[in-house]
Ligand binder design. Structure first.
Ligand code: HPA
Length: 250
């Protein structure tokens, strides 16, 4: 049985090392997910893959149908979800592109996104605990998998989720730094919150692809981001290959 789903972000619209067995289009009450679900084997175990931005990387962060994606993932019967996110680094420890982070906290700066399954048409008012937004068990597995893949991954960090698609101003980054954010990306929320509403064990592999705005002498270069995505996602793929057998059992 497939127990783990991987949500690919920028730079990971295809999981090259996934040996594909089938694809499934899943319809949801919330509309279309970003793509058909891709089932296959990774590291000798079953996994299912969903590219968050669509197969051709055409869906921007603020237009991703996060509810349809999480609904479709839940529908497959998996209990664990690994999200892959491209981020920038704010704090000095996270400034170097290529750094892998398994965040343990999140701050939501997004707005106007459909962010809950428990809206006004829900039977009754429902709240969920979000004190620890990421699944600790899965976070520890990802840190261990990084070790086995001979990669260094920082096992903690606060992810600031911004609306995008523009990058931040230097002042916005300073504010986020004061708030305690270490890394910033555009796709961490509402995904993590929706996963919690559906009781999925959810964690993120965040790949730093640029220093945050105002944190280096240069302005943000898309070309540099693309290069860092390419080299960094190769690391993410080998981390995933180690992680899946640890999750899916030997
Ligand atoms: N800001 C927000 N999200 C990002 C960035 C950034 O600089 N780089 C990659 N994702």
């Amino acid at each position: 049985m497939t127990t783990v789903a991987i949500i690919g972000g920028s730079g990971l619209t295809k999981l090259k090392n996934l040996q594909i067995t089938r694809r499934e289009v899943i319809r949801t009450p919330y509309g279309e997910p970003s793509a058909p679900m891709v089932f296959g084997q990774l590291g000798g175990r079953e996994a299912v893959f969903l590219p968050r931005h669509g197969p051709g990387h055409t869906i921007p962060p603020h237009d991703v149908n996060y509810r349809a994606n999480i609904w479709a993932i839940k529908q497959t019967g998996v209990t664990k979800v690994i999200a892959v996110n491209a981020v920038c680094g704010i704090s000095p420890d996270f400034l170097t592109p290529g750094t892998l982070v398994i965040p343990d906290q999140i701050i939501d700066y997004t707005y106007g996104r459909a962010h809950t399954f428990f809206g006004s048409n829900h039977k009754q008012v429902t709240h969920v605990d979000f004190t620890y937004p990421y699944c600790d068990e899965l976070r520890h597995i990802l840190v261990e998998a990084a070790k086995r893949a001979k990669l260094h991954a920082r096992g903690k960090g606060t992810y600031g989720a911004t609306q995008g698609p523009r990058f931040e101003s230097a002042a916005e980054i300073l504010r986020m730094e004061r708030d305690g954010a270490d890394i910033v990306g555009m796709t961490g929320m509402p995904e993590a919150g929706l996963a919690r509403e559906f009781e999925l064990c959810y964690a993120s592999i965040s790949l730093v692809v640029n220093p945050a705005a105002g944190k280096s002498k240069e302005t943000i270069s898309l070309k540099e981001i693309e290069t860092n995505l390419e080299t960094g996602m190769a690391k993410v793929r080998s981390l995933l290959e180690q992680a899946i057998p640890l999750i899916a059992g030997a």
